[in-house]
Design a protein around this ligand. Structure first.
Ligand code: AN0
Ligand code: CP
Length: 315
């Protein structure tokens, strides 16, 4: 059984990127591959891109798709073992996962970090429990610590738009007043590590990501310095890993503007979306020729298709 939970489930990254680009060129080449199989997409949190792109990719491969906002429409699910269920959770994941696994051949799950308890979030309890009890392959639609379908779309986008063999890719923290998870930033670093890029990560002090995700990435706390000569600027806000889930600053000087982008080597701007304009990134960047955010989001369909293809082939 092949899960798609992180880059650790990828055997050949270059091939996977090529398969995504091939799907983009010819979306229906394998429209029989998933015939008479069903994927269930379970959302514990909101989504626009992941929900629609994954559904579309699954349909391109011939899968039947069932989508459920479990966080809103389902019974509250207890994830912990051996507890007395006298709280607000009406159903245990043991039954829920087994039941959904009996209806579906593949299960996709989105379940964000709670940002209260680092150990609990980083243990990925929701995914561990579904893996254990559903007995079908699980696909990560953004977990507490990772967003691999986003990262694969990011790799595809960089491959498509790079004009140098080894581009400089800068992940920059952006200001925001709400606490957001580290998942997108973690995952981006994890997927950039095996790519042929120079990876630089910039953020205010106190926002260091967990070392296992940073890998060979070079951390530079001075954003202006980090942006120098960048080919791709990847913006994202995240809350502190060290002071877990806290917003330590929302310093507006970290917003990406044209003046900031002028330090790059005619760099392109990327962001996974959604984003708040003129908080994180100025209109002038998003509405200008540097922005790749729409192309990047469009590539979510092809990253999902490449990933689901791998999972279906091992069913
Ligand atoms: C989420 C996050 O930061 O993880 C999802 C991004 C794809 N973003 C928000 O909650 C705004
Ligand atoms: N980038 C991304 O995952 O967007 P959604 O949260 O809208 O799915």
């Amino acid at each position: 059984m092949k899960h798609f939970l992180s880059i650790k489930d990828v055997t050949d990254l270059n091939q996977l990127i090529s398969n995504g680009i091939a799907a983009k060129r010819n979306p229906f080449a394998e429209s029989e591959l998933g015939k008479n199989k069903t994927i269930g997409l379970l959302f514990f949190n909101s989504s626009l891109r992941t929900r629609i792109s994954t559904q579309k990719a699954a349909q391109n491969l011939g899968l039947n798709v069932i989508t459920m906002n479990v966080g809103q429409d389902g019974w509250g699910l207890e994830m912990e073992e051996g507890v007395i269920m006298n709280g607000d959770k009406a159903e245990h994941v043991k039954e829920a996962a087994a039941v959904i696994g009996s209806y579906c051949d593949i299960i996709g799950i989105r379940s964000f970090a709670g940002l209260q308890d680092r150990e609990k979030d980083y243990s990925e309890i929701v995914f561990q429990q579904f893996k254990k009890y559903a007995e079908v392959p699980i696909v990560n639609l953004e977990s507490a610590t990772r967003h691999p379908l986003q990262s694969l779309a990011d790799c595809i986008t960089i491959e498509e738009f790079k004009i140098k063999k080894r581009p400089k890719v800068v992940l920059t923290w952006l200001p925001h007043f709400k606490a957001l998870p580290q998942a997108v930033a973690n995952s981006f670093c994890e997927w950039m590590n095996p790519m042929d890029v120079e990876l630089v990560i910039t953020h205010p002090e106190g926002y260091d990501l967990a070392p296992e995700f940073v890998g060979k990435g070079q951390v530079i706390y001075d954003q202006d310095k980090a942006l120098e000569g960048a080919d791709f600027v990847y913006g994202k806000n995240w809350s502190s890993y060290e002071h877990y889930g806290q917003v330590l600053t929302s310093d507006p000087s970290w917003m990406i503007t044209e003046a900031k982008m002028a330090r790059t080597d005619n760099g392109k701007f990327m962001h996974c979306l959604p984003l708040r304009r003129n908080m994180k990134v100025a209109d002038e960047v998003l509405d200008g020729p540097r922005s790749l955010v729409i192309e990047q989001a469009a590539n979510r369909e092809w990253s999902a298709q490449a990933a689901l293809r791998e999972v279906i082939l091992e069913l």
